[in-house]
Design a protein around this ligand. Structure first.
Ligand code: GDP
Ligand code: MN
Length: 381
């Protein structure tokens, strides 16, 4: 789950990271009032869960409350990378001397979290990595030690930060790390962390990604979820307690078990197809869950065939077959379906499916092959 800029920055502030004292607004007249209260030049910033808002015209400087209102009118309702702006942040504007990049994320290969810093802040870090990789400093963080001051000082030195800012930098990096750890985040990012004309460090932008699997520990953070900004399929999947990841292929996959789901995707690839999604409906999937999953899969216009691959263990195949049939009743479609059921009560399960016009298969290879053929318009029995 991603947090908006204002949510991330307000969270950073709880850890003592300095941020501009801004407020959010949903209307242009609110923007006017906030700008008036701030009483100087302000920045009007679109709150959407996408980067590069500056380039897209979603970050604008205003010298007067009137101008802030004018910008707010333009930015509210703006489409940025397919997301409609519904909220804006009004921050006091700052005179910038330098822009720094500072982030923490997981380096899976190193099995550590890594702090990334660069003197080339303000632009996407991917761009810096591609064009001037020498400007990126990485420091892996020992989970037992946390981020000791000497490590933060090394980073400050390596990005060429003025010595007069080291104390502030150490304070900010250690706060950012605590925030990252205590939020179970997979990313905390400040881009840019600016040096103001008063020689103060200030977090002008903020981004956080939280580990969904740890959200139960953070009810206050979980409440911040903005479902408007999620792909509808992902919202539905989460509500139905399904593990779903959308992909670009044409074969919808409905599988019970994450490993089996991955094997199923590999098999469709092997036979020349391409999976439209990863989906694990979990154990004991009843018809309502199967129906929810089917609705999600079929809502994707790229899907040309659906492949059910169910292993009946504790969940019996006949129960799943009933689930599939009632789901098909709820979600009428012309998309061809291939089902492979194995395990407990598989014969019963197949007999039940025989009542529908589903294509059945015994082995996974056979099922994958049939699904690929069906997706490519071959008539399959
Ligand atoms: P992003 O484009 O989505 O990453 O949005 P940012 O919040 O990072 O803003 C983009 C850029 O706008 C920053 O890198 C700054 O250069 C500029 N900017 C944002 N706030 C201010 C401000 O208060 N003063 C000035 N001068 N520039 C700002
Ligand atoms: Mn930014």
């Amino acid at each position: 789950m991603k947090l908006h800029e204002y949510q991330s920055k307000f969270r950073f502030a709880e850890y003592g990271i300095p941020i501009p004292k801004g407020q959010t607004a949903t209307t242009a007249s609110q923007a006017f009032t906030i700008a008036e209260e701030i009483g100087g030049p302000v920045v009007v910033k679109a709150q959407v869960l996408a980067g590069g808002r500056g380039k897209a015209g979603g970050v604008k400087l205003a010298h007067t409350p009137e101008e802030a209102k004018k910008h707010a009118r333009v930015i509210l309702g703006m489409d940025i990378k397919g997301l409609i702006v519904k909220k804006i942040l009004i921050d006091p504007a700052v005179e910038i001397e330098a822009e720094i990049y500072l982030g923490i994320t997981i380096d899976r290969a190193a099995r550590r979290s890594v702090m990334i810093a660069s003197s080339a802040g303000g632009i996407a870090i991917e761009e810096v990595a591609a064009k001037t990789p020498e400007k990126i400093v990485r420091a892996h963080i020992d989970p037992c030690l946390g981020l000791p001051n000497y490590q933060a000082r090394n980073i400050a030195c390596e990005i060429g930060l003025s010595r007069t800012l080291w104390k502030q930098f150490i304070h900010i990096t250690s706060a950012l790390y605590r925030c990252y750890e205590e939020s179970n985040a997979s990313l905390t990012e400040i881009n840019p962390l600016v040096v103001t004309n008063g020689n103060q460090l200030l977090a002008l932008d903020g981004k956080m990604t939280l580990d969904d699997n740890a959200l139960f520990r953070h009810p206050r953070l979980a409440e911040m979820r903005d479902t408007d900004e999620e792909a509808p399929a992902e919202t539905l999947a989460r509500q139905a307690d399904l593990s779903y990841v959308k992909l670009d292929g044409e074969i919808g996959c409905m599988v019970n078990g994450a490993g089996l789901a991955m094997a199923t995707m590999d098999m469709t690839k092997l036979f020349g197809g391409s999976p439209a999604n990863f989906l694990d409906i979990g154990g004991g999937a009843k018809s309502d869950k199967v129906a929810a999953a089917l609705r999600i899969i079929l809502a994707d216009p790229n899907v040309k065939a659906v492949l059910f691959n169910i292993f009946g263990g504790i969940t019996r195949c006949d129960e799943v077959a009933h689930g599939i049939l009632s789901a098909l009743g709820e979600v009428p479609t012309d998309v061809p379906m291939v089902a492979r059921l194995v395990g407990t009560n598989e014969e019963k399960g197949r007999a039940i499916l025989a009542q529908s016009n589903m294509i059945t298969a015994i082995t996974l290879a056979e099922a994958a092959q049939k699904a690929v053929e069906a997706a490519h318009g071959v008539s399959v029995k």
